[in-house]
Design a protein. Structure first.
Length: 179
């Protein structure tokens, strides 16, 4: 099965609809700079127990979820629209832990700018957890912002493992999932 990947130079907000299977439909994209065909190898082992997508943009969550599933991730993918719902979800999973293998972690793809509870507010609450709890999660900040005022403070926060500018490429998502 082949996966068609569109690398879009314009910000992700201009994408109205993308279907990821064997076809891709792009409406109102500003500029398509490259189309490449990628054949992902599906023989990876999952590095994560769960992937949590935190973004107020429904299209972004949908595309990321389709991409993650297409890359063969076998764990659970959870989409949440803002930082407060993500914090509630994480807090409830800590209070009622599910049986898991030793060392399994959860990947959190966290949008920086959201209207209700943004990525900064989520991080302020997340940093209050003890070290053992924080180590169960890998926080990756995603944003369409390339402004230094957004990027520079992130480099000083040890809980954030990486900053990625949207949209996330297929290869980068594969590296996030499988290492």
């Amino acid at each position: 099965m082949y996966f068609y990947h569109i690398n879009v130079k314009a910000k992700f907000h201009f994408l109205k609809s993308i279907l990821l299977d064997l076809k891709i439909k792009i409406i109102n994209a500003k500029q398509v700079t490259r189309i490449s065909i990628v054949h992902p190898t599906m023989n990876y082992t999952n590095k994560w127990n769960k992937i949590i997508l935190v973004d107020d943009d429904v299209v972004t969550n949908h595309v990321h979820k389709k991409l993650i599933n297409h890359l063969g991730f076998e764990g659970e993918v959870v989409s949440l629209p803002d930082g407060s719902q993500a914090m509630n979800y994480i807090s409830s999973s800590i209070e009622k832990p599910q049986p898991r293998k030793r060392g399994e972690k959860e990947l959190v793809l966290l949008d920086l700018h959201m209207p209700k509870t943004n990525g900064w507010n989520f991080l302020q609450q997340f940093m209050k957890f003890d070290k053992r709890t924080k180590n169960k999660f890998r926080i990756v900040m995603i944003s369409s912002s390339i402004h230094p005022d957004d990027i520079d403070p992130i480099t000083k926060i040890p809980e954030i493992q990486e900053y990625i500018i949207k949209p996330i490429s297929v290869d980068h998502m594969k590296k996030l999932i499988y290492g």
